[in-house]
Design a protein around this ligand. Structure first.
Ligand SMILES: Nc1ncnc2c1ncn2[C@@H]1O[C@H](COP(=O)(O)OP(=O)(O)OP(=O)(O)O)[C@@H](O)[C@H]1O
Length: 257
C-alpha cells in the first residue's frame, strides 16, 4: 500500500569513536512508494547512515521496521528485507554465482535468511557441504537475478567469473541484479548504485528500479538512494534529504541538491 510507514528512525546518531560523532538526531519515516535521494558532502555520513538502517553499524537512538525492532525479526532476516547494496561488491570472494548459491543454501535452511549471505558469505565458505535440496534449487535461485542482469547487458557467463575480475560497472550491475532478482527486499539501500555505469546503462537501471517500486508487483516498496549526481537525483527522487553533522534536513530538490 503506497504511503504506509515502513521504517522509522528516532534520534539516531553514529560516531567514529567515543566523542567523535559523524551525525546525530536523525529522525525520519520511510514510507512505501518513497524514493529518497540522500545527499551530502563527501564524508558527511551517507554510507554510515545506510549501514545504520540495515543494522550494519552501531548507532544510538531507535530504528523500527513495521513497528518492531530489527532484533525482533532476527537480524539476518531483517537484513534481507532492509537490504544494503554496497558500492564496491568486487571485494566479495568467489564468483557471483557462488554468491547466489550460498544465499540459496541459507534460504533452504531458513526461508527468511537469504541475503544476510551478502555479509556472511566469506565467513561461511568453509561450511561448503552442499545439501541436495539446495543444489536442486540453485538454478531456480539464479534464474531471476540472471534475467535482470541480462536486461542490463550482463551476459550469463559473467556470473561465473570471480568478482575481482569483473569491471566496476559489471560487478555493480550484478550486485544490484542479485538484490532485485532474489526478491526478498522491501527497502533497498543503494550506495551510489550507478557510479560506475555509462549514462544509458544507468538509465535502464534507474527505470527498472523505479518501475519495481511504482508498479508494486513484487515486494520492493521503497528505495534510499545515495547519489552525487544532481541530474540523477532529480530523475529518481520523490523525497530529498541532506545529511550534515547536525542531522538530516528534508527539502524540495532545489534546496537539497
Ligand atoms: N569504520 C569506521 N571507523 C572510523 N571512521 C569511519 C568508519 N567508517 C566511516 N568513517 C568515517 O565516518 C565519516 C563518514 O563516512 P561515510 O563513508 O559514511 O561518508 P559518505 O558521506 O558516504 O562519504 P562519500 O560521499 O565520500 O562516500 C568519514 O569521516 C569516515 O572517514
Amino acid at each position: 500500500m503506497s504511503g504506509e510507514p515502513l521504517i522509522k528512525l528516532k534520534n539516531v546518531g553514529c560516531s567514529k569513536a567515543p566523542g567523535q560523532p559523524i551525525f546525530s538526531n536523525v529522525s525520519l519515516t520511510v514510507n512505501a512508494g518513497d524514493v529518497i535521494v540522500l545527499q551530502g558532502k563527501s564524508g558527511s555520513g551517507k554510507t554510515t547512515l545506510l549501514k545504520c538502517f540495515a543494522h550494519l553499524n552501531l548507532y544510538e537512538g531507535e530504528i523500527m521496521y513495521r513497528g518492531k525492532t530489527p532484533q525482533s525479526y532476527g537480524i539476518p532476516n531483517f537484513r534481507t528485507r532492509v537490504l544494503y547494496v554496497p558500492q564496491r561488491p568486487s571485494l566479495l570472494p568467489g564468483t557471483p554465482r557462488d554468491f547466489l548459491n550460498t544465499i540459496n543454501k541459507f534460504n533452504s535452511r531458513n526461508p527468511n535468511g537469504g541475503m544476510s549471505g551478502w555479509f556472511t558469505f566469506g565467513q561461511n565458505k568453509q561450511n561448503d557441504d552442499r545439501d541436495r535440496s539446495a543444489e536442486a534449487n540453485e538454478s531456480d535461485a539464479a534464474h531471476a537475478p540472471i534475467k535482470v542482469g541480462k536486461s542490463w547487458g550482463i551476459a550469463e557467463e559473467l556470473w561465473d567469473r570471480s568478482w575481482g575480475n569483473l569491471s566496476g560497472g559489471e560487478s555493480q550491475r550484478i550486485a544490484l541484479a542479485a538484490a532485485v532478482g532474489l526478491g526478498n527486499a522491501e527497502v533497498l539501500l543503494l550506495d551510489e548504485p550507478t557510479s560506475a555505469l555509462d549514462a544509458s546503462t544507468s538509465e535502464s537501471v534507474e527505470n527498472y528500479l523505479l518501475d519495481e517500486v511504482r508498479e508494486g508487483k513484487g515486494k520492493l516498496k521503497a528505495l534510499i538512494w545515495i547519489t552525487h549526481s544532481e541530474e540523477q537525483g532529480r530523475r529518481v527522487g520523490t523525497r530529498f534529504l541532506r545529511i550534515t553533522a547536525g542531522g538530516l534536513s528534508e527539502g524540495d530538490e532545489q534546496a537539497c541538491v
